[in-house]
Design a binder for this molecule. Structure first.
Ligand code: ZN
Length: 332
């Protein structure tokens, strides 16, 4: 495989503004305005670029051995995600006693990793935030680097799931329940999400937010992302409305011929009628690292990743708060 050189990823440094006012000014009104603005700023900072970086670099490290189901590296990745769920304070889902939803496929023991943030008033209405934590493992032969790190695919999405879990948990205004799910064996054919779909009452699932390949800048420019299956429900329009004034724009998937709506875990829920879509940013038509050993953390743009996670948080707010309910998907 040809080694491709990339410009250094932009490093985003989080600047925390102090909320403290040291001196009283004569203009009380002006000061109050400043305080309100700074409070808003600190809420945005609930998605911390340093932590985003840590999640990504840990999950995409060589130690995780390309996160193939059934391997030691996959077990390490699973434990990292579990520990984060625990630190954030997520609960277990339904009848599960741990975060793992265990099952076997073709003789391989594997697990989806599910954490619950219970809704304040609409406990029985679920929004799912997902990505797949598995990838392709290690190449059997060849010289040099043989580890498929899967930084963009899909450590970037799992980074988004963990960051959003922390964001919503700290914000505490989720009227609906939110399920954070890292699906296994996506690369083997959406196996984990299909298994998950079989065990749920889909009518209780009001929306699916799936994240895939969110670490590279799309051809539409900075502060943009695209959504698969845009016309399958009004989910995308709700997100666009919520993003108005933020400077971030969401577009319909520019690669309809690739049928991406059917190629990621959102499809397993969409087939059950759930308005479940995938956010992505990567120019997949020209991306040289897709399913290559060169899909390394260093090739990602950390600003794109962090800004996209923030945009998803802002864009999905009215759904989380129970104010908007997207229309159901009809796959026929
Ligand atoms: Zn993927």
């Amino acid at each position: 495989m040809k080694k491709v050189l990339y410009p250094l990823a932009l490093v985003s440094v989080s600047v925390l503004l102090s909320c403290k006012q040291t001196k009283k000014t004569s203009n009380e009104v002006a000061m109050n305005t400043v305080e309100v603005t700074q409070n808003k700023q600190s809420k945005e900072e609930l998605i911390d670029s340093i932590l985003v970086r840590k999640h990504l670099y840990t999950l995409a490290s060589d130690e995780m051995e390309g996160r193939k189901p059934g391997t030691e590296g996959m077990e390490k990745a699973t434990q990292y995600i579990e520990n984060e769920y625990k630190r954030i304070g997520l609960k277990t889902f339904d009848t599960l006693t741990t975060y793992r939803q265990n099952f076997e496929y073709k003789g391989i023991k594997m697990s989806n990793i599910i954490g619950l943030l219970e809704g304040k008033s609409k406990k029985d209405e679920f929004v799912i935030v997902s990505a797949h934590h598995d990838h392709l493992g290690i190449k059997k032969d060849g010289e040099g680097d043989r580890i498929f790190n899967g930084a963009n695919d899909d450590a970037s999405g799992v980074t988004g799931v963990l960051s959003l879990a922390e964001y919503y948990a700290k914000k505490g205004n989720n009227e609906r329940s939110i399920l954070f799910v890292c699906f296994t064996a996506e690369e083997m054919g959406l196996i984990g999400s299909e298994y998950f779909g079989k065990g749920i009452d889909a009518s209780k699932f009001v929306a699916g937010i799936n994240l895939e390949l969110i670490g590279k800048q799309p051809k539409t420019g900075p502060k943009t992302a695209w959504l698969t299956g845009f016309d399958k429900s009004d989910f995308g329009k709700i997100i666009q409305k919520n993003l108005e004034g933020s400077g971030y724009k969401l577009f319909p998937d520019p690669y309809p011929k690739f049928q991406l709506f059917l190629r990621s875990d959102n499809a397993s829920l969409a087939r059950l009628g759930v308005p479940s879509h995938t956010f992505s940013t990567t120019p997949i038509d020209i991306d040289a690292d897709y399913h290559k050993v060169t899909d390394e953390a260093e090739t990602l743009n950390m600003t794109v990743l962090t800004e996209t996670v923030k945009a998803v948080a802002r864009g999905t707010q009215s759904i989380i708060e129970g104010k908007d309910t997207p229309t159901r998907v009809n796959m026929e």
